[in-house]
Design a protein around this ligand. Structure first.
Ligand SMILES: [Zn+2]
Length: 157
């Protein structure tokens, strides 16, 4: 089951907005999904997450919106592809929950920094692959393989 759909991509100077529709019944990260994500890529838990109740993403991941998880995956993937660059992101509501609930989804905008448009778009594809594979109980390739492929793509001009 595909629980995340990309509705719109809008490139700005230095950052990109991804409008993400997330399946309403799966819009929040369950404790099980959180554990499997943290097992798959432990370093994501150590990311700073500016929030009123926590400092690190690991304290925030359970119960957060799926689009917020995608944001942190995009930061993790890009931060691993480009070793000496720190990426930032931000996720906000693109529409009120009452407007989209009847259609079975929530709509949020995830904004992240990027250096190369081709890499951030592939990173989005990989982030969705990671979340949906884990959600569907499918095995997925090692995180380091994803990073290696994107580093090759970055060199290929
Ligand atoms: Zn965060």
């Amino acid at each position: 089951m595909n629980i995340i759909k990309v509705k719109h991509i809008h490139f700005k100077k230095g950052s990109v907005d991804f409008e993400l529709a997330c399946d309403f019944d799966n819009r929040k990260v369950s404790p099980k999904l959180a554990k499997l994500i943290l097992d798959y890529v432990p370093s994501i838990g150590e990311q700073i997450c500016v929030n009123d109740k926590s400092e690190y993403f690991k304290d925030e991941i359970v119960g957060t919106e799926l689009a917020h998880l995608v944001e942190h995956l995009l930061i993790e993937i890009q931060g691993s592809v480009y070793k000496n660059h720190v990426f930032k992101g931000h996720t906000s509501w693109a529409d009120e929950i009452a407007n989209t609930k009847a259609h079975g989804y929530t709509l949020m905008t995830t904004n992240v920094d990027y250096l190369e448009s081709k890499i951030v778009v592939h990173a989005l594809k990989e982030a969705i692959y990671i979340v949906t594979s884990i959600y569907n109980g499918k095995s997925l390739r090692p995180f380091s393989d994803i990073i290696n492929d994107l580093q090759d793509l970055s060199k290929f001009n």
